[in-house]
Structures are given as structure tokens and as C-alpha cells.
Design a protein around this ligand. Structure first.
Ligand code: PAF
Length: 279
């Protein structure tokens, strides 16, 4: 496995390759990322994992500076998971001048849910992902369903810009107690870690109650928010949406079995966790 820091070296290493799969990450890897890399390796071609903590997708008060940079450990894990190349550019390499050209995803998808609480987040994500895909030029790129809205925004970008890269979704990996694996779990104290699976449990309760279409969705969502607040969380949103466009389903659509997803984001102490459950 090679560790490459410059675009020129990466392009040279990939010259002539037509079946590369890219797994974009911000590093501080866990089993969820490694599952994406194994999925990428199973596709057959060379696997390039990118590691870049993208300043453009952090708000000024967010954890850009404290986001762990663990390249050595990440590289060892990636080697074991079947990665061929780690592309780990520094900021000067990826943003040698201020990145003033940006991808603006549609407000209807990007300014709701995560985008409401993290304005500009998806512009930052799309801009860096487009740039990484331009650099790696992969046949496929794998993104986790854990970041459900991010996956949809990137799928839309790839479709609307006719990118020659197929976007592949990878399943969320969970700890035995149901907590979705996330780089941010490492910020949790022991007691917060014990509490953290309550987010997934609350989403499961919300999903089960939402399907029968009897009680108004708004009332169910309020109950879910209260459940977490009483347990000491500060939730941003807990909601049920149509999988297709992340808009609210009608009561009839709930009863008719339209594919839905429960999505949530909530802060536990100073750590913000997100999760989702399709149903
Ligand atoms: O999901 C992430 O880790 C990041 O948002 C991504 C896709 C690597 C872009 O920086």
C-alpha cells in the first residue's frame, strides 16, 4: 500500500487504471470506514482511500481543530482492509489558493436537516468530493448510509454533473449496543458512551409509531425530542421523511408503505451524533 500526498504522484500511480474505487474519508477511521474499504476492494479494481479533514465543511464554532489527525494508525487499518493507495493531501495541496469556486447543492435538499443546523455544510462536502473525484477519477466511490443526507446530496451531484463515477452506498456499522460507529464517538466520556445508543433506540421507537399513520407525525416527533431531552440530550431534529427526497410524508403515504427514513441529530455533552433508520 502506498501513502501519497500530492496530486501529481497520485495521478502517476493511477495512470491507465479504469476500475479504481475511491473511499473518501476525513481519517480517524473506525470499523465503519473499514467496511466501506472492504466493500470497495470486493469490486475488484484498485482502492484509493482519501484522508483529508475538509475545512470547508466545518462552521467556525465546530470541531475542525480538535478533529483527530491519526494518519499512521489510519494507514495501518487501511492496509489490513485491502486499500491500495492512501491519498492524504495537506491543505496547501488541495486548496493551494482560496477555494472560491464551490458546488451549490439545491436548497430543498441541502438546507434542511443537517443543512439547517450546519449552514453551508453540504456546499463544503460537495466541493471537496467533486475535487477528490476529479483527482482520483474513480469508476466508483463508496459513501456510508450513516450520513444519509450526505449520500443523497452526493448522488444528486454525480447525476446532475454527469460524473463518470458511480456512487455506491455502504451500510452503517453498529456497536453491539446499537450505537452507529462514528469518528465522533471517541469524544464521548464513559457515561456518555453508555447513554449514546438511546439515539438509535429513540429513532426505532419513532419509526415504529410513524408507520401506522394514526397519530400525527408532528406529535410523534415532539415525543421523540422530549424523550431525548429528558435523558440529558440536546436534539437538533428527530424526524420521519420520505427516503426519495427527505421531505415529510403525508399520513396516507405513511399508511401506504411509502419507503421512509427516521433521521436524528442530537448533542450529548459537547458531542453531536447523527443516525438514521430506514423503514
Ligand atoms: O463523510 C465524510 O467523512 C466527509 O463528509 C467526506 C465525504 C469525506 C467529505 O469530506
Amino acid at each position: 500500500m502506498q501513502i501519497i500526498h500530492t496530486i501529481a504522484e497520485l495521478r502517476a500511480a493511477l495512470a491507465g487504471q479504469t476500475a479504481t474505487t475511491c473511499v473518501p474519508t476525513m481519517g480517524n477511521l473506525h470499523e465503519g470506514h473499514l467496511a466501506l474499504v472492504r466493500q470497495a476492494a470486493a469490486l475488484g479494481g484498485p482502492v484509493v482511500a482519501t484522508i483529508f479533514v475538509n475545512r470547508l465543511q466545518f462552521l467556525p464554532h465546530e470541531d475542525f481543530d480538535r478533529y483527530p489527525r491519526t494518519l499512521q494508525r489510519d494507514a495501518e487499518l487501511l492496509r489490513g482492509a485491502g486499500c491500495d493507495i492512501v491519498f492524504a493531501p495537506d491543505e496547501r495541496e488541495l486548496y493551494p489558493e482560496p477555494q472560491v469556486y464551490k458546488v451549490a447543492p439545491p436548497a430543498a435538499l441541502a438546507d434542511i436537516l443537517e443543512g439547517e443546523f450546519r449552514p453551508g455544510f453540504f456546499t463544503g462536502v460537495c466541493t471537496v468530493v467533486l475535487k477528490l473525484l476529479q483527482i482520483v477519477q474513480p469508476a466508483q466511490a463508496v459513501f456510508g448510509r450513516k450520513d444519509y443526507q450526505q449520500l443523497q446530496v452526493i448522488e444528486g451531484m454525480a447525476r446532475q454533473f454527469a460524473l463518470p463515477t458511480r456512487i455506491v452506498a455502504g451500510d452503517t456499522v453498529r456497536a453491539a449496543d446499537g450505537l452507529a460507529l462514528s469518528s465522533r464517538n471517541g469524544f464521548l466520556s464513559d457515561s456518555e458512551r453508555a447513554e449514546a445508543p438511546a439515539l438509535a433506540r429513540t429513532l426505532a421507537t419513532l419509526a415504529a409509531a410513524a408507520r401506522d399513520g394514526v397519530k400525527p407525525l408532528a406529535a410523534l416527533e415532539t415525543e421523540a425530542l422530549q424523550t431525548l431531552r429528558q435523558r440529558g440530550w440536546a436534539p437538533d431534529y428527530l424526524t420521519v421523511r420520505r427516503r426519495a427526497d427527505l421531505l415529510a410524508p403525508s399520513d396516507d403515504e405513511r399508511r401506504a408503505g411509502v419507503p421512509l427514513v427516521a433521521l436524528g441529530a442530537a448533542r450529548l455533552g459537547s458531542t453531536r451524533l447523527i443516525d438514521n433508520l430506514e423503514f
